[in-house]
Ligand binder design. Structure first.
Ligand SMILES: [Zn+2]
Length: 152
């Protein structure tokens, strides 16, 4: 099943961790509808701009999977409203993806995930399915071994 022209449902639900633990990572109809909005409003414009495959390192997370990987309790990954993009090993950098989203798209939340000041380890981006986008931009850092967020 395609969520948008170049994003399949398979790319959004694949999880080695879910398989290893025997956890189902299939979305409900509501979450599937959210994923389509994320695909159309965020993923596809990025894909169309760079004209190269865009790699999702983490897409949908069922509640059971999110618990298993100790994800944030209120994570938008659990409602199909968020995805992590990691372009390591390609000709496009994560910083380029981050900058493109920041300058061109109507997103809810954009996070520069760890990394250096030149390039994040990956980019988290979300699209609020009810339509109201906060345009919040954060940077994730490690503070005393814990994940913490600062304003970008
Ligand atoms: Zn994320």
């Amino acid at each position: 099943m395609q969520l948008s022209k170049n994003l399949s449902l398979a790319e959004m639900i694949i999880s080695a961790e879910a398989k290893r633990k025997g956890i189902s990572n299939m979305p409900s109809d509501d979450h599937l509808a959210n994923m389509k909005k994320l695909a159309i409003n965020i993923f596809q414009p990025i894909r169309d701009h760079f004209k190269e495959p865009i790699h999702i390192s983490s897409g949908y997370r069922s509640l059971a999977l999110n618990k298993a990987i100790k994800g944030a309790v209120s994570s938008q990954h659990c409602s199909g409203e968020a995805m992590d993009i990691d372009m390591d090993g390609t000709t496009i950098s994560n910083a380029q993806i981050f900058d493109y989203i920041k300058k061109n798209l109507n997103f809810d939340q954009l996070i520069w995930e760890f990394g250096t000041s030149a390039n994040p380890d990956w980019v988290h981006v979300s699209f609020e399915s009810t339509g109201k986008q906060r345009k919040q931009i954060l940077k994730a850092i490690k503070k005393n071994g814990e994940k913490s967020y600062i304003n970008y």
